[in-house]
Design a protein around this ligand. Structure first.
Ligand code: AOF
Ligand code: ZN
Length: 365
């Protein structure tokens, strides 16, 4: 049985925020719980960018019971006039007694000012409860708001010998159904999904989110330096989500026109033979794409890794060995001469999904 204490309520606020991942655009996910005289009186979650913040929903529900209450919030209440007025001001106006905050808001417009505003008014503020969980929950938001560059999660599914397809190119399926459902949840939680043109040519995927419930499909981003993409491919024709093609000045200009007519956005990233990936991420960030799920193949995964543009790596491992000297693998790049130069992952997590494993970690650059 859960013991009732501060953590009990903060965990509820975090649970609510967790369920809203993927639907707040570049905004963070935030949960808020209001407790008065030993009972829950208000609950709120930020649901969509441009609409009420978590605290506002929770305080509206608590109404006059907000006075003298304790408020649990997963992110520092804001202090700025954004789309909505500052939450700190609202908490002060309602006369709350105590505010428990899981983590500071790294947005430079807030960054401690919200907490300071509350303390100046004599409200007791405790910061840092379940902080680690709160920071992980908003890792995408934190990267994007502090750098303007999208957070990139690399996902790959391979056999135990690191292959993502057989020597004939057969890749259906490497991982099991549970793992594949988790990947669709990941798609819902990212604003963009990125693949290389080779994947489009080989598999003609839709790159949409397909779950037993409805989900949000990410913007499809295809890296294609020469505009080799077939005009009849699903990502060009299906109209199921927006598509962006990243290319170079060496692109086929007439093809660009045709893609444009099909409703696809074509962005030139440098004049080299290959797409300048760090420039590409800057441009996507400027378009308010704050998170990208990178689904390879191996060449693009390798290039993104070499360019140090990956924030998290998720590897689904199926208990299979397929072999094939030329069978494609998760990461295809020049590679290091020495084991000491390998890219290492830290903050490792391992999850078992039936007979598959998911290994997740943060690359150390
Ligand atoms: C909070 N509670 O529920 C959220 C906060 O575009 P706006 O006006 O919604 O402002 C977004 C910024 O506000 C965002 O970058 C982050 O700093 C903060 N989000 N703050 O007190 C919330 N979603
Ligand atoms: Zn706010």
């Amino acid at each position: 049985m859960e013991i009732m204490n501060d953590e009990f309520y903060m965990a509820l606020a975090l649970d609510m925020a967790e369920r809203a991942q993927g639907q707040t655009h570049i905004n963070p996910v935030v949960g808020c719980v209001v407790v008065k005289d030993g009972v829950l009186v208000g609950l709120g979650t930020h649901l969509e960018r441009g609409t009420a913040h978590a605290e506002v929903h929770a305080l509206n529900m608590a109404s006059e019971k907000s006075f003298g209450s304790t408020v649990y919030v997963t992110l520092e209440p804001c202090s700025h006039y954004g789309t909505t007025p500052p939450c700190s001001e609202r908490l002060i106006k309602e006369g709350v007694k105590r505010v428990v905050v899981a983590c500071e808001d790294p947005n430079s417009q807030v960054a401690g000012k919200g907490i300071a505003m509350l303390r100046e008014q004599g409200i007791e503020v405790d910061v840092g409860l379940l902080q680690e969980r709160a920071l992980k929950l908003n890792e995408k938001f934190i990267k994007y708001i502090t750098t303007g560059i999208p957070y990139v999660t690399l996902k790959t599914a391979s056999t135990l010998d690191g292959k993502i397809a057989s020597k004939t190119g057969d890749s259906q399926w490497v991982s099991n159904e549970l793992a594949r459902e988790q990947v669709h949840t990941l798609r819902h939680r990212h604003q963009g999904i990125m693949v290389g043109v080779e994947t489009v040519v080989m598999d003609n995927p839709h790159l949409t989110t397909r779950l037993s419930v409805e989900g949000l499909s990410p913007i499809r981003i295809i890296v294609d330096s020469k505009l080799r993409i077939p005009l009849e491919s699903n990502v060009v024709r299906d109209g199921l989500a927006q598509s962006i093609i990243l290319t170079t000045e060496q692109m086929d200009v007439s093809k660009k026109e045709q893609l444009h007519e099909a409703g696809v956005t074509v962005i030139s990233c440098g004049d080299g033979p290959r797409v300048n990936l760090s420039l590409a991420l800057k441009k996507l960030g400027a378009m308010q794409i704050g998170s990208i799920l990178l689904e390879g193949g191996g060449t693009l995964n390798g290039s993104m890794l070499e360019a140090k543009l990956i924030d998290r790596i998720l590897i689904y491992l199926a208990p299979k060995i397929i072999g094939g000297i030329n069978a494609p693998s998760s990461f295809s790049f020049e590679g290091s001469e020495w084991m000491k130069d390998a890219v290492r992952l830290e903050s490792l997590e391992v999850e078992q999904l039936g007979d598959n494993l998911c290994i997740s970690g943060i690359p150390v650059w």
